[in-house]
Design a binder for this molecule. Structure first.
Ligand code: THU
Length: 145
C-alpha cells in the first residue's frame, strides 16, 4: 500500500502582473462573456483559446429552455476550435470562471490532442489563477484512449 499526496502548482496574481499574452487572452474571455446567452442562470461565462497557429477564438455559455441542452463557455469554444481548425493545437485557454468537471475532462482531451500542456488562465474579477496543465485541475481524469 502506498500513500501519496498530490501538490498543485499554480500562481495567484492580479491583472497588472499578467504576461501580455495571458492578459490579452483574459481580455478576450471577458469580452466573450458579454455575449453569453444565460437567461436561466444569469451567469455569463466567457472563454478564449489561443491556438498554435496564432489565432484566438472566443466562446460563451449558451443556455436553453431544455436545461441540459445548454453548453458551457469552455466547451463551446473548444469544440468550435477543433471543429474548424482540426489540425491546430490549443495552447492556452482563459475562462472567466473555474471550469466545471465536464469541461475539465474535455480540456484534458485537448491537451492529449495537442501532445503538450494547455495553459489555463482562470479569471474572477481582479483575481487570476494560472495553471500550466489541465492535469493540475483534473488529476485522475478519465483516459481510455
Ligand atoms: N458554466 C460555464 O459556462 N462554464 C463552467 O465551467 C461552469 C458553468 C455555465 C453553464 C450555465 O450556463 C451557467 O454557467 C450556470 O451553471
Amino acid at each position: 500500500m502506498n500513500r501519496s499526496t498530490l501538490k498543485i502548482d499554480y500562481i495567484e496574481t492580479v491583472k497588472e502582473k499578467l504576461d501580455p499574452a495571458d492578459s490579452e487572452l483574459a481580455d478576450m474571455a471577458f469580452q466573450a462573456a458579454q455575449n453569453a446567452y444565460s437567461p436561466y442562470s444569469g451567469f455569463r461565462v466567457g472563454a478564449a483559446v489561443r491556438l498554435d497557429n496564432g489565432m484566438i477564438l472566443q466562446g460563451n455559455n449558451q443556455e436553453n429552455a431544455s436545461f441540459p441542452a445548454g453548453i458551457c463557455a469552455e466547451r463551446a469554444v473548444v469544440f468550435y476550435a477543433h471543429a474548424n481548425f482540426p489540425q491546430a493545437k490549443i495552447r492556452a485557454i482563459a475562462v472567466t470562471a473555474s471550469p466545471c468537471g465536464v469541461c475539465r475532462q474535455v480540456l484534458l482531451e485537448s491537451e492529449k490532442r495537442a501532445g503538450a500542456s494547455v495553459r489555463l488562465i482562470l479569471a474572477n474579477g481582479d483575481k487570476f489563477l494560472l495553471f500550466k496543465s489541465v492535469k493540475d485541475l483534473l488529476p485522475f481524469g478519465f483516459d481510455s484512449l
